[in-house]
Design a protein around this ligand. Structure first.
Ligand code: G
Ligand code: G
Ligand code: G
Ligand code: MN
Ligand code: NA
Length: 255
């Protein structure tokens, strides 16, 4: 309850921060995007992890305000980077809870944030988990098609850990599969584990989806992923989530 009222106050005072983790093209090593990850610098508890407060926000309905603040911040930041370095054309990926997608006005909210920030819809990626597609499939399909029509791209987060079905992947306007880090962790071990990642990458090729491997911590995982045909990656090896200013030197090196 203490955390809940603290979170309510943090939202009113706009105390949440957004950190950004680079997304890298495996072939070239170029940074092509970032994932926005919310952070809560709590006055007494220090940095509170999202795993702790996102569920509270979902249960109390605060997730809508939280999500709006993160989306606003991330699109404004994306636009700032675009102006500092027009040639970089970074994508910005924002995590979205099932609860947010279920709200009727979610699409309007995304449209408004894009208009207000000037950030191009084509460079916004919304990340959601597989479970979102399964529950309330008809309403979700409408929502995703409306987002798609605006130009926004859809990524399935933690892919491989949820309720996977080929038919919904085919049916929903998904653009990107993010391969869960539990699969990447076990890479370069036995052939069976490599084959698991390989089949997700192959599925991506078949459905014409981009694949992003998550949780790369070791250099030897990069070679394995390249060999398996995975296009992109994220992980502490390339960069952990950091405040926007800590990425500026990578985005506009001359500044
Ligand atoms: O960043 P880690 O940084 O600890 O994130 C933990 C979990 O919180 C992940 O599952 C991530 O997707 C989720 N998360 C991080 N930021 C956000 C956010 O802005 N909105 C939602 N809904 N989830 C987020
Ligand atoms: O669920 P989602 O994929 O959005 O959450 C991303 C989570 O993974 C965040 O908590 C982020 O901080 C964390 N993360 C990012 N890169 C790595 C990594 O290389 N190793 C580990 N263990 N976690 C990572
Ligand atoms: O950022 P720093 O200089 O502390 O990073 C040292 C090394 O550890 C780098 O290779 C970096 O990619 C990696 N790294 C950074 N943060 C984390 C983390 O939270 N967990 C793990 N396992 N590795 C990290
Ligand atoms: Mn994510
Ligand atoms: Na993930």
């Amino acid at each position: 309850v203490a955390l809940e009222s603290d979170l309510r106050r943090a939202l009113v005072d706009q105390e949440l921060e957004v950190h950004y983790q680079p997304t890298i093209v495996l072939e070239s090593g170029a940074m092509v995007g970032v994932e926005a990850l919310v952070r809560w610098p709590h006055p007494e508890r220090g940095m509170v992890r999202p795993d702790l407060f996102i569920p509270i926000a979902e249960q109390t309905g605060m997730i809508h305000e939280l999500g709006r603040q993160v989306l606003r911040r991330a699109c404004a930041q994306g636009q700032e980077w675009a102006q500092l370095s027009p040639q970089t054309a970074l994508t910005v990926a924002v995590n979205v809870s099932a609860k947010q997608l279920q709200r009727r006005d979610f699409v309007d909210e995304v449209r408004e944030v894009l208009l207000e920030s000037g950030f191009p819809a084509e460079r916004l990626v919304l990340e959601m988990t597989e479970s979102v597609l399964v529950h309330d499939a008809e309403a979700t399909l409408d929502t995703l098609q409306a987002l798609k029509a605006m130009g926004v791209r859809i990524a399935i987060d933690d892919f491989g850990t949820g309720y996977s079905s080929l038919s919904y992947l085919h049916r929903f306007p998904v653009d990107i599969l993010k391969i869960d880090r539990s699969f990447v962790e076990r890479l370069s071990g036995t052939e069976d584990e490599d084959n698991l990642v390989e089949s997700i990458v192959q599925l991506g090729h078949t459905l014409r989806l981009e694949t992003i491997a998550e949780g790369i911590e070791e250099a030897d995982q990069i070679e394995a992923l390249r060999r398996l045909g995975c296009q992109m990656a994220q992980g502490y090896h390339f960069g952990r989530p950091v405040p926007a200013q800590d990425l500026s030197h990578l985005i506009a090196p001359s500044l």
